[in-house]
Design a protein around this ligand. Sequence first.
Ligand SMILES: NC(=O)c1ccc[n+]([C@@H]2O[C@H](COP(=O)([O-])OP(=O)(O)OC[C@H]3O[C@@H](n4cnc5c(N)ncnc54)[C@H](OP(=O)(O)O)[C@@H]3O)[C@@H](O)[C@H]2O)c1
Length: 332
Amino acid sequence: MPIRALVLDQQDRGVEHRVVEFPVDVLPEGDVRVAVEWSSLNYKDALILAGRGRLVRTYPHVPGIDLAGTVLESANPDFAPGDRVILTGWRVGETWWGGYAEEARVRSEWLVSCPPGLTLRDAMVFGTAGLTAALACLALDDAGITPHSGSILVTGATGGLGSIAVHLLSRLGYSVTAATGKPELERVLRGLGATHVIPRQEIEEAPIKPLLVERWAGVIDAVGGTTLSHAAAEVSYGGMVALCGNASGNEFAGNVLPFLLRGIGFTGVDSVMASLDSRRRAWGMLAEFADLQAVAAVVHEVGLEDVPGRARAMLEGSSSGRTIVRPREGPS
Ligand SMILES: NC(=O)c1ccc[n+]([C@@H]2O[C@H](COP(=O)([O-])OP(=O)(O)OC[C@H]3O[C@@H](n4cnc5c(N)ncnc54)[C@H](OP(=O)(O)O)[C@@H]3O)[C@@H](O)[C@H]2O)c1
């Protein structure tokens, strides 16, 4: 049976996309073949679909940095046909064909077993965004930031990473302040568990002084730029910033005083090359603590044809929540 996939091709005008069918033997080499039930849309996918960031070097290309599905064939005895598996990161969807196809052939060392209690759809409701949010929560916990330490700020709160971070932190017992450019979604953020919602404008300018009033025991930042500089100046004594994203840009201008006088810490969070151990810990945290009914309010389900439009909205900053992608046509 041919495989349906969203395929990118490089043309004079840039990257073009189309949904096509091709035979299974066109898939790249790999020791496990997976029937992809669900994929998802992340900021990096949106960049790849727009041909930005030089993330993809070889075309034609099947994007999709996330996938969840069932093993069809495996040359590795650790996986057997029928096993439910998750793949995020490892540069799949960038340097390797990814999840926007009915099947994928991948390396077994990239796979994580889908935790009991999560469906494959649930796994992609979280996807890279949720994994990163969970890794950031673990980083705060590892730094000794507990719910008693004070409030946690989440920037880019209505985005994929931000919305799962808001939810997971609240389920872990933290008081969460959600900073957003979409005040109309305040009710949605409160439904996810935000204790306070503040306008993005309150924290997006560079700080006027190196040290501002202490407000946050911790920060999960999806935005970077001057927002990150501002948030750092407001972190309380001994607090920690988990730096996850760069939705507003890569530049970061800081001052050493919050580090020297308040002993704050910065930790970078990378989901792409994260170890299998930390992935298992993070997926375990999502399976144990997240409430999928609460998260359902921010989930949008699309087919392959709808992915490019959703990706454009994401780059324009007009999307919110998590978009999950079903490569197969017909009912799920
Ligand atoms: N480190 C990792 O492993 C990792 C993994 C996943 C994602 N990321 C990064 O994390 C970021 C978020 O990813 P995502 O998939 O959650 O994307 P997303 O769904 O598009 O969320 C980004 C959110 O950031 C806010 N935002 C967008 N443009 C902004 C701007 N110019 N200034 C301030 N805020 C802005 C918006 O939220 P509001 O409207 O609510 O403010 C937006 O919804 C991206 O930079 C992505 O590359 C990193």
